[in-house]
Design a protein around this ligand. Structure first.
Ligand SMILES: [Zn+2]
Length: 173
């Protein structure tokens, strides 16, 4: 993997530092790169990410629409370094296909990467936890137990690709 992110940061740090206003306390100068993401799918780490910002309203236990929107941020990554165009590497043994199995409803949804599978599973489990917290304790036994786990896709690659395209994560349980 190239070192473009770190090199660019070092260059920009000294560039900005040299141009601070006179009243700035130079020693206190700090800078960091935003909008990059650590990946957990075996690919090169700390690559730039764009975020998909999405949200929806939720129904409260009493059926009313809650005022606040539930927000999601989903990172998406490019395949090449935007500075030098070197391909971000994916080790061979990591070129597996991933999915999220949702226990309870028993559904299996293909994810485009290990990173997405991790993210989606955590999101579903968090949603379920928050949902349960809104249900009175003596009624929780009526709520089906939903648990999302990341699994390796053991079907065909073309079925995985089709499943990724058709995945509707808002309607998986
Ligand atoms: Zn680069």
């Amino acid at each position: 993997m190239c070192n473009c992110m770190q090199d660019t940061l070092s260059f920009m740090e000294s560039f900005i530092k040299d141009r601070l206003p006179e009243n700035a306390v130079t020693e206190s100068f700090e800078a960091r790169i935003m909008h990059y993401h650590f990946r957990f799918d075996g690919s090169d780490n700390a690559v730039p990410a764009m975020m998909i910002d999405s949200s929806h309203k939720v129904k409260k236990v009493n059926g009313e629409e809650a005022k606040n929107r539930k927000k999601y941020e989903t990172p998406i990554f490019g395949t090449y370094c935007p500075f030098c165009a070197e391909a971000y590497s994916t080790p061979k043994e990591e070129q597996k296909l991933w999915a999220v199995e949702i226990h309870g409803p028993g559904s299996l949804v293909a994810a485009s990467s290990r990173a997405e599978a991790d993210f989606r599973a955590a999101q579903i489990n968090q949603e379920q936890k928050e949902y349960l917290e809104g249900v009175p304790e003596d009624q929780r036994h009526n709520v089906p137990n939903v648990e999302a786990v990341v699994v390796e896709w053991d079907g065909k690659r073309e079925h995985h690709a089709a499943s990724v395209l058709n995945a509707d994560w808002n309607d998986v349980y």
